[in-house]
Design a protein around this ligand. Structure first.
Ligand code: ACO
Length: 424
């Protein structure tokens, strides 16, 4: 099988097939419009591939996720976030020296320019930290313009290193506490936790349980191929906009409740269910009712039609982390019951709606003391290496064209302009 045939009216068009390394098959439509004058229409891109990519493989039917060929289960258990970031961006796992060098640079570049601290004064203390994160990441372009290839590698480090500082400072500002500067003796995750939770008046030691939990969460979020935010990063980057601008756009796309913003909404929904004191079935029934826009947040996925492998890992991790931290969260019990009810309900079973990565991540973040409105920021910190890897892959491919979808126009046909005085 090397080609596909499409008939439009009386005419047949033969189109080449593209086969991926896991035998995924796509019809190469690039020349189709030029040949036929007809476009493919696929709002939501459910049947459309936007690129070829060697970064992440997902088999949604079987619940498989691999970064650069490595199964997510192995990486989440055994790797560090710095190691995974390197592997996603540069293609292979770093050797010991490369990892030491990369990790040390990630530490050394953690400080943000002192002038950038003034930006925080301009935001209201109540600002959503995702709005702050996207603005601050966009503003990095004013400090670190792209010059050459070396500059690009350094800018990757700067972005990864400074994003966690930007995020922690946003939190400190929101609660009126002084900023805590990064420390060179701490790991990526340790540094973030210290900047979030240390206060100048008391000594703070990073809890290894929190550090390990955060490491795992960030790895699980690190990439997920052509989702809404990554496609946004690629689309913005395809115009040759700089990396920081492209990442800021990705952060904005991630914020929506149907995407990364769902982790905040899951907890808000569980709290709502708890407060109401009503039977869970009522909420499941509401989610099924087509006249009610209520959805079970943290359920369903465009690609996974089997359990999201990240949710499977997190469900296990949730019990472990909460018990290690000695936290007994009633929301976890509600979540487990809700999952059970939904997974046995014909509506959810027939549509293959399983819990996704956002369903359990919020409960772990909560147990770690991270406030609910910071959950999506945590997701963004984890996703940065994936966005960077996609941006880099796209920019290195010289055949990349600017992203520019077409449309089917449904507005009025040509009509005469009538001057306002004659419009009655
Ligand atoms: N609750 C109730 N019904 C649902 C849900 C849900 N969470 N998700 C999907 N459905 C139903 C839809 O109503 C639709 O039913 P229909 O066939 O009778 O019309 C069917 O399942 C298919 O849903 P779509 O919206 O067409 O699926 P799509 O692939 O476009 O959307 C999405 C996927 C956005 C994730 C959706 O499942 C959803 O809104 N989930 C809740 C939000 C969420 O958890 N988002 C996080 C996703 S993971 C991530 O981005 C990191």
């Amino acid at each position: 099988m090397t080609s596909a045939k499409i008939s439009v009216g009386e005419k047949d068009y033969e189109l080449p097939l593209v086969v991926g390394s896991e035998n995924e098959v796509g019809i190469d439509m690039t020349k189709f419009r030029a040949q036929s004058g007809v476009i493919s229409l696929d709002p939501g891109f459910g049947s459309t591939g936007s690129c070829q990519s060697a970064i992440t493989f997902i088999n949604g039917e079987e619940g498989v996720l691999r970064y650069r060929g490595y199964p997510i289960e192995d990486i989440a258990e055994n790797a560090s976030f710095a190691e995974v970031s390197y592997m996603l961006i540069y293609g292979n796992l770093p050797n010991k020296t490369q990892l030491e060098e990369f990790s040390s640079k990630l530490t050394q570049h953690s400080l943000i320019h002192e002038d950038m601290k003034k930006f925080y004064e301009g935001f209201p203390a109540s600002a959503h930290p995702m709005a702050v994160l996207s603005s601050m990441v966009g503003s990095l372009a004013t400090y670190y313009p792209e010059k050459d290839e070396d500059g690009f590698d350094l800018n990757i480090i700067r972005l990864l290193a400074k994003a966690k500082t930007i995020a922690a400072f946003a939190y400190k500002r929101s609660i009126g506490q002084p900023f805590i500067y990064p420390q060179n003796n701490l790991s990526y995750c340790g540094n973030f936790l210290n900047m979030m939770f240390a206060v100048p008046s008391e000594p703070y030691t990073v809890d290894p349980v929190l550090e390990a939990a955060l490491n795992k969460l960030l790895i699980l979020h690190a990439d997920h191929e052509q989702n809404c935010s990554t496609s946004t990063v690629r689309l913005v980057g395809s115009s040759h906009a700089n990396m920081f601008a492209s990442m800021a756009a990705g952060i904005c796309a991630l914020w929506g409740p149907l995407h990364g913003g769902a982790n905040q909404k899951v907890i808000e929904q569980l709290k709502y269910i708890q407060r109401s004191g009503e039977d869970l079935q009522k909420f499941v029934d509401r989610a099924k009712d087509k006249n009610d826009d209520f959805r079970l947040m943290g359920f369903g996925h465009r690609v996974y039609k089997n359990f999201d492998p990240r949710a499977r890992i997190l469900k296990k991790s949730c019990d472990q982390v909460l018990s290690k931290l000695g936290v007994d969260d009633p929301l976890l019990d509600i979540a487990k019951k809700l999952e059970e009810v939904a997974l046995n309900d014909e509506y959810f079973v027939s549509r293959r709606l399983y819990p996704n990565v956002d369903f359990y991540s919020g409960i772990i973040y909560r147990a770690m003391g991270i406030p609910t409105n910071m959950f999506t920021v945590m997701f963004a910190l984890g996703r940065l290496p994936g966005w960077i890897a996609h941006w880099y892959e796209m920019r290195q491919d010289t055949s990349t064209r600017i992203g520019r979808p077409r449309q089917i126009y449904t507005g009025p046909a040509a009509r005469d302009f009538v001057p306002v005085a004659k419009r009655g």
